[in-house]
Design a binder for this molecule. Sequence first.
Ligand SMILES: Cc1ncc(COP(=O)(O)OP(=O)(O)O)c(N)n1
Ligand SMILES: Cc1ncsc1CCOP(=O)(O)O
Ligand SMILES: [Mg+2]
Length: 543
Amino acid sequence: MGFHVCSQTLYSAPTHHQFINSISRGFHRIKVSSPRAMQQQEEVHTVRVPHVLTVAGSDSGAGAGIQADLKACSARGVYCSTVITAVTAQNTVGVQGVDIVTEDFVREQLKSVLSDMRLDVVKTGMLPSPGIIKVLCQSLKEFQVRALVVDPVMVSTSGDVLAGPLILATLREELFPLADIVTPNVREASALLGGIPVETVADMRSAAKSIHDIGPRNVLVKGGDLPASSDAIDVLFDGKDFYEFRSARIKTVNTHGTGCTLASSIAAELAKGSSVLSAIKIAKRYVESVLGYSKDIRIGEGQQGPFDHSMKLKNNTPNLCARRPFDPSDLLLYAVTDSRMNKKWGRSMSDAVKAAIEGGATIIQLREKDSDTGDFLKAAKTCVEICRPHGIPLLINDRIDVALACDADGVHIGQSDMPAQTARAILGPEKIIGVSCKTPEQAEKAWIGGADYIGCGGVYPTNTKENNVTVGLEGLRRVCLESKLPVVAIGGIGSSNVKHVMELGVPNLRGVAVVSALFDRESVSGETRNLMTLIKDSTKVLK
Ligand SMILES: Cc1ncc(COP(=O)(O)OP(=O)(O)O)c(N)n1
Ligand SMILES: Cc1ncsc1CCOP(=O)(O)O
Ligand SMILES: [Mg+2]
């Protein structure tokens, strides 16, 4: 009998357990009616997505149960359908009430989902009566699924008992033999084995083996509650070998729903086609990340709070200088910083940004072609803090990773960067995306891809960007006339020619983007102010 230690960072998974490693994904052709998709092509392939069905109880506090399962599957990129077995009145203090759903209605829910949807994995949580367990077992025999993950929920994190001895017996006798993996914690492992102590890693190993004898193909005993360890250690037994998963224990009270989340995440990975070993490894890493992210959030007054499955809640803490949606009039005077010019004039990136804001710039882009990523990120974070209270959007040139890491308002990307559609998928619906375009065709593609504005140029020759073909005022006019997005002109624009650009008076032309005429000068704020006066004069002429 072998013994494997699987650290979270160093780990080589044997391949003999890949019983769910080749899920066939079905494709067939249908017509779609979305206007955007229709513009691109008349027919598209449909994609079958990984699907987990959770059979569990509802938690009104939404930390555990069905709600945790839905959030975990969604965060892990898997569709999740739900069969609710009980409705609990529950919060961070404890479980105040339980209303068990009738066996008939559990059967009806199971039939609705299983008869219609092709799912990959069933994951179970709270199964509050022997009758419900039997109904589930019948359905599982009738409708074949690829894998069954059983989280034998017996005691809530707050200590409330959610399953009695009859339920335990039915779980053991009827459900466990069908399970591909069961995931008891040490208390549940002890209860399943008639109360034997499970207090050490050695106890966990023998408990895993004894539970395996009941029938499941794999047993993961979770040691998160083991008192005497500084690490969180889980033990898997697959009938032949033991595997130990070890990760650093995260100090937090926000652990309500950890068991449900781990089991759902394992189910999600199995649904995607992972082996049991890699599913556990990825699921544990995910749980570790969300616990770490959420360790200082506060939801509820009780002892054990929920955590943030999406790792996004802290981005949206209410504050006085929340970002506002993109407004095309932001493009009026677009200041684009340049690392070389900052160096030449001995100013930091944040000094350059402060001066541009002082002079009246309406949007700022950090265009840093030489900085190290670490230095760039640090400076960009400072610039975000400078811009946000002024309500000035801050965009990052080219670097989507940096924009995400510093929570900038968006990015500006060029034709040789990733397509706008991919950037939009990564950045989400809120961030601003600008795309450089020289032709109406490029502008159309940027619009379809979900961009917010077009940067058109170089209008005039420039020393700031090498080998940049100029489009001239005529090229700018063509793009503006055909673009469905607002346009900002760029390239060689300064006080001598800004009026020629602005007085083109074409629809969609909303402003000018400027590098050297602002930043390759002694006084950035003074130059910005002068340029703004000239822009305002030209817009008056047009009115
Ligand atoms: C507002 C604005 N428009 C165009 C550009 C040029 O972007 P790109 O074509 O990606 O070239 P680089 O700036 O990366 O050299 C821009 N930066 N900003
Ligand atoms: C980044 C860029 N894209 C097209 S032209 C250009 C450079 C603009 O710099 P400047 O305002 O100094 O001409
Ligand atoms: Mg670029």
